[in-house]
Design a protein around this ligand. Sequence first.
Ligand SMILES: [Zn+2]
Length: 263
Amino acid sequence: MVKDKDEIREKFEQVARWIIDSERTVVFVGAGLSTESGIPDFRSPGGVWDRYNPEDFYFQNFLSSEASREKYWKMSAEMYEPMKKAQPNLAHMAIAEMESLGKLDCVITQNIDGLHFKAGNSEGKVIELHGTAMSVSCLRCGKKYDRDQIQERLRKGLKVPYCEDCRGPLKPDTISFGQPMPEKETEEAYHRSSVCDLFIVIGSSLVVQPAASMPLVAKRNGARLVILNRDPTPCDEMADIVIHGQAGPAMASILENVKKGLK
Ligand SMILES: [Zn+2]
């Protein structure tokens, strides 16, 4: 056990040294980071997909059927509540602190919960690959709506919200099944991955595409690759350091080492 402890401490110190030496650190995060803030992973057993049929939620159906829109909003409203209440955890705080120390190129996130902003990261530093549940837009004219206001109307009994200007259907700004990935964000994420010198994966099982290919892009272009995840991932073998454990405490330790080293 003592040896294990030493080994993990050495890993934290090594990652910290790499962050200090790095000119472009990209942090890539997945659902595991949000679950540590109490947001259920919707793909896990007991998640919403046990109670809803994913086929009802294809973007095409949302566009074409009022009944689909109603089901979608029922599910979406249910998923939003724990997200709204959630607070950033130690890993989110560490990533925000990396930005304030000038040690973060960007964070690429698969999450839709806006927790990086709650932690203090700024707009230009966060690339949301799957959009955000924190805002709502009209699919016809693009008008933006505050999520909480829409949520309040749903709570009062509204089934499907429509745009007050053009009567187009409103939808949260998340990427649904069958909806193309956001072009600008995806391109930007690939670009940042290809030019970084350190790529740190936190809380992602790296199985969903295109996200899963980003560590490969980074590695192929000469970046160091660090993977911090509860379970093994398909990319573990090519990583320079793999840490299996909780993201929050690990990132807090790594950041402590970074601050000591920067003094
Ligand atoms: Zn509209």
